[in-house]
Design a protein around this ligand. Structure first.
Ligand SMILES: Cc1cc2nc3c(=O)[nH]c(=O)nc-3n(C[C@H](O)[C@H](O)[C@H](O)COP(=O)(O)OP(=O)(O)OC[C@H]3O[C@@H](n4cnc5c(N)ncnc54)[C@H](O)[C@@H]3O)c2cc1C
Length: 307
């Protein structure tokens, strides 16, 4: 277990924003995780678990408690079943699957972060989601380790039971993959990454898409009807209306707040131009939400997590 004092979260989050964490503890196995949690409890400190900080906007004031960085790594393969530590980097994991011709996650290559972070937010891209081949998840519930089947994880669009229980920590997951051909899977992953780099070009300081897309089924019937009158029906893809479409219509591209801006090439991409502040991210996000509400009568919600 590695403990750092006053560790700047801006050095950990992909948006490059965030003040110091009073304690920043890296855990590499379940025993260390439980020790860290006991330490936090004993000292009366609040704690918060992070993977690789790729979906986070941390406060400029930092975090006065303990950040627990989950680096629990494990990789055990038995045929088409793989048990993986929640701290494994998702990309590295997908590459390992590709090499062994285990298919089903190759289009998710390029989503930053850990396997645990992906499960928490039900990450997905290009028609694949982390839940698709997930068998079970092992997690700490505050008192003991438990195991959830896929169904028990309560997955939904960018949501899971873990999002509703902030004291639960995912430590391990089991996946059951399909059979594929290594070379083909690698090519799909490579092509996906090339495509992704057009939006998220290397070095861009951002937390991925800022707002969740809108699932039309989740909107009240009246709201959905009113919205559909104001938009091009072609914009709806797989029952979802991209937030980027609405943001583009309100002229979000290029909007700025301090050293934080909306990308010129994508309206749902807020990035740190250098030295950006969380306060500016929040101001910009509030402004965008207000403009979308005014024009379309609906509220868009953040996909990113604030700390
Ligand atoms: C360039 C870029 C592109 C992106 N593209 C996509 C995309 O295509 N699709 C997509 O879905 N996302 C995308 N994202 C967002 C992000 O990569 C995912 O949300 C990712 O799964 C977050 O993983 P993480 O380990 O970095 O989590 P973190 O950002 O560290 O944490 C995010 C949340 O998960 C919780 N969490 C993390 N680990 C655990 C755990 N072990 N137990 C319990 N809770 C945990 C944290 O408490 C926090 O609330 C992108 C981000 C970037 C920067």
């Amino acid at each position: 277990m590695l403990i750092k004092n006053d560790f700047p979260l801006r050095d950990f989050t992909t948006i490059g924003i965030g003040g110091p964490a009073r304690l920043f503890v890296t855990v590499t196995n379940e025993k260390e995780l439980v020790s860290a949690l006991k330490l936090a409890k004993k000292s009366g400190k609040a704690w918060y678990v992070l993977g690789e900080g790729s979906n986070m906007v941390a406060s400029d004031r930092g975090f006065s408690g303990m950040i627990i960085a989950n680096q629990i790594e494990k990789y055990v393969r038995k045929g088409d079943r793989v048990t993986v530590g929640a701290g494994n980097n998702l990309f590295k994991f997908i590459m390992q699957l590709n090499v062994f011709g285990l298919a089903g996650m190759e289009r998710m290559a390029g989503i930053p972060g850990t396997v645990g972070g992906a499960i928490y937010g039900c990450a997905g891209a290009y028609g694949q989601e982390i839940r698709d081949h997930l068998v079970s998840v092992r997690f700490w519930d505050g008192k003991k380790f438990r195991k959830f089947s896929n169904e028990e994880c309560g997955f939904g669009y960018r949501g899971s039971a873990f999002k509703k229980h902030k004291n639960w920590v995912i430590t391990e997951a089991v996946f059951k993959l399909e059979t594929g051909r290594a070379a083909e899977l690698m090519k799909i992953s490579r092509d996906t990454i090339s495509l992704r780099e057009k939006k998220y070009y290397p070095g861009l300081k951002c937390p991925g898409s800022f707002f969740k897309n809108l699932k039309l089924d989740d909107l009240p019937a009246k709201g959905a009807k009113a919205l559909l009158k104001k938009i091009d029906p072609e914009a709806v893809k797989y029952g979802k209306l991209p937030s980027g479409y609405l943001l583009e219509r309100i002229g979000a591209k290029g909007m700025k707040q301090g050293r934080v801006a909306v990308a010129h090439h994508h309206a749902n991409l807020i990035f740190n131009t250098g030295g950006g502040k969380a306060a500016d991210v929040k101001k910009l996000s509030t402004r965008l939400k207000r403009l979308v509400k005014k024009k379309f009568g609906i509220i868009i919600d953040e996909e990113v997590q604030y700390l």
